[in-house]
Every structure is written in structure tokens, then in C-alpha cells.
Design a protein. Structure first.
Length: 103
């Protein structure tokens, strides 16, 4: 999967999606992807295999198992992923869960 494919999958599943962040305030639910530290295969001072670690934040107000199933079973269907436990962000009054995977 590429970042463009991730965007297409998120939008096709009906989510508002952004890479890096939204330009304007966006009401949940939505998905935001960011690149985390890389873990490339390097030898002889050359990158032989690029790995792009992605953190995909799912932000929502009300828990919706159907939406989480779309993320896990459709958007991330062909990648190995891990996720954090749900976190309530008190100051923003929203919930967030993060998915971690490589593309």
C-alpha cells in the first residue's frame, strides 16, 4: 500500500482523511495519518529497502464498532497492524485510538 492508496481507502470507506493534519477544524470522526521514525534496511551506506511506518489516528466522539471494523477489516485488510487502547482526551472531549503499520 502507498500513502495515496491509504487515502483512497479511507475516503472510500466514508472517513474524512488527512495526511499530517486538517487545514481547518474538522469534526470527528476522522482519520489522520503521520509518518513516524523510519526503520530502513541500510548497508554499505545505502538504503536497500525503505519502510515507512505510519501512525493512523482515529478520532471520534461516540464509539462506533462498525467504523472501527471498517478501519481494521477494509482499510488495513492487507497490512499487519497494532493499535493502542482507546484514550479519552478530556480537554477536547473526544476519544482517540491509534493504528501502527508499515507501508
Amino acid at each position: 500500500m502507498t500513502l495515496e492508496e491509504l487515502k483512497r481507502r479511507c475516503e472510500n470507506a466514508g472517513f474524512k482523511y488527512s495526511y499530517g493534519g486538517f487545514e481547518k477544524a474538522t469534526e470527528p470522526p476522522h482519520l489522520v495519518a503521520i509518518t513516524t521514525d523510519t526503520d530502513n534496511f541500510i548497508a554499505d551506506n545505502k538504503v536497500y529497502y525503505k519502510k515507512t511506518p505510519i501512525k493512523l489516528d482515529y478520532t471520534y466522539i461516540y464509539k462506533d464498532l462498525e467504523e472501527q471494523n471498517k478501519i481494521e477489516d477494509i482499510i488495513l485488510s492487507d497490512v499487519a497492524w497494532n493499535k493502542t487502547e482507546e484514550t479519552y482526551l478530556q480537554d477536547e472531549k473526544i476519544w482517540q485510538v491509534s493504528y501502527f503499520f508499515e507501508i
